[in-house]
Design a protein around this ligand. Structure first.
Ligand code: EPU
Length: 418
């Protein structure tokens, strides 16, 4: 199995380009199940999670082909409406086929995704709203078995602004009879991107990006063409890579407004940030101060940048309180940072980080999930000596060529067989 080896302590410099957003591309690919024919997406990152999605689409009778970052999906009526355990267990987002299959074909059988390293991650906020739209749903032998001759619109108030739940129900509602009003929905840029694509397919949707989305059902949708938005989490990770090494890094092909909460925190730390129409630049800073961070649904601070920001806080002067409010178990990186010498006290969903510039030393560490992998790489970049990050297959689920991109900024980082 490959590992990533880093010889840190070098300030990064230069410019680097963000790839398309994983968390936008995944729901977009599942939305193709709403309309047979040829769908074309540009700016699709090449990632393990995209491969898993293609695998599930193939199982559902679709074909996919890639040219560079363009991905074509040809959707045909599935022979079987089952999303099997072997594919779903590889990627939780597979549950996003439930809404489209049910709305388009009146039934679906999708394996329960199960828990994962960062929390139990139930799917009640996908199931209950579909029941409210008229679906009969049973859980049997580890599968969600759903049936509905025709879904009908209703008013649905989410208990929590779930990203995946909002996406699943939004897709299902496009083919409902009547109007669906979704309240307390997620406002993430990826939701907005999905709504735009659904609209280009002929869906009648309003309100995306706000907490209420209204969808008037239509009889059918048609395939379309779409460019996936840039990956704000990758952009944020690259900016923190610049910051943590005291470097000067310009991240191109990103939307500064989508990174507002991170940019604000970096400014509070003392970094100087410049933004342009499609770029953000972090300037060198010798010593930054610790700030507290609480994760929250968009536009709050993203949970997907919490681990990376914690790495930055290990190098700050002062004490930072990091509170994880989205997932119950997203501090797996803390023990690994501690192996590098970080002084962090985790308690439930709060971690107190006592920072010290230069206070880490290189060590072999283990990645436990996607963002934890990025966190450990960032810590390695900030550290004199050699850091070896094991289990990097997590990284390949969600970052396209991260080590090449970091190398182009001057990082001494390489992938090699363990
Ligand atoms: N939740 C429920 N019931 C549900 C759904 C969610 O209790 O039916 C809870 C979850 O357990 C969690 C919270 O609500 O505690 C938030 O979950 P949400 O549904 O918003 O997350 P998700 O759709 O499963 C997406 C991203 C995650 C990202 C979260 C939060 C995709 C494919 N995944 O997950 O991305 O952390 O939103 O922003 O879009 C990552 O990229 O590393 C990643 C984990």
């Amino acid at each position: 199995m490959d590992v990533i080896k880093i010889n840190g302590g070098k300030a990064l410099a230069g410019s680097v380009t963000t790839s398309g957003a994983k968390n936008a591309a995944l729901p977009l690919l599942f939305s193709t199940l709403l309309a047979e024919g040829e769908h074309i997406f540009e700016n699709v990152p090449s990632l393990k999670d995209i491969d898993s999605t293609e695998l599930l689409l193939h199982h559902l009778n679709c074909t996919t082909s890639r040219q560079g970052s363009d991905l074509k999906v040809i959707v045909k009526r599935p022979e079987s409406l089952v999303a099997p355990y072997d594919i779903v267990r590889k990627m939780r987002a597979s549950i996003l086929c439930l809404g489209p299959l049910l709305a388009r074909y009146g039934e679906a059988k999708v394996s329960l995704p199960g828990g994962c390293a960062i929390g139990s991650r139930p799917i009640n906020l996908h199931i209950e709203p579909l029941q409210q739209l008229g679906a009969n749903i049973e859980i049997e032998n580890g599968y969600v078995i759903a049936e509905a001759k025709k879904l009908r619109g209703d008013r649905i108030v989410f208990d929590f602004a779930t990203v995946g739940g909002t996406e699943n129900i939004m897709m299902a509602a496009t083919l409902c009879r009547g109007t669906t009003v979704l309240e307390n929905v997620a406002k993430e840029p990826e939701i907005v991107d999905l709504a735009r694509y659904l609209r280009s397919m002929g869906a009648r949707i309003e309100g995306e990006g706000s907490s209420v989305i209204t969808i008037e059902g239509v009889d059918e949708l048609r395939p379309s063409t779409h460019r996936v938005i840039p990956d704000r989490i990758e952009a944020g990770t690259l900016l923190i890579a610049g910051a943590i090494t005291g470097g000067d890094v310009k991240v191109k092909n990103c939307v500064a407004a989508d990174l507002d909460s991170l940019i604000q925190k970096l400014v509070d730390c003392g970094f100087s940030i410049e933004t342009g129409s499609d770029w953000v630049r972090v300037r060198p800073c010798d010593q930054w101060i610790a700030v507290d961070v609480d994760t929250a649904p968009h536009p709050g601070f993203p949970t997907d940048l919490q681990a990376q920001f914690m790495a930055l806080m290990t190098q700050a002067s002062g004490t930072s309180v990091v509170t994880e409010r989205i997932f119950e178990n997203r501090f797996m990186h803390v023990q690994e940072l501690a192996r590098m010498g970080a002084n962090i006290t985790p308690k439930s969903q709060v971690a107190v980080v006592r920072g010290e510039r230069g206070g880490l030393s290189g060590a072999p560490v283990m990645a436990t999930d996607l963002r934890a992998s990025a966190c450990l790489i960032l810590a390695g970049l900030a550290t004199e000596g050699e850091t070896i990050v094991n289990r990097i297959y997590h990284l390949d689920r969600g970052y396209e060529h991260l080590e090449e991109k970091l190398r182009s900024l001057g990082a001494r980082i390489e992938r090699r067989a363990a």
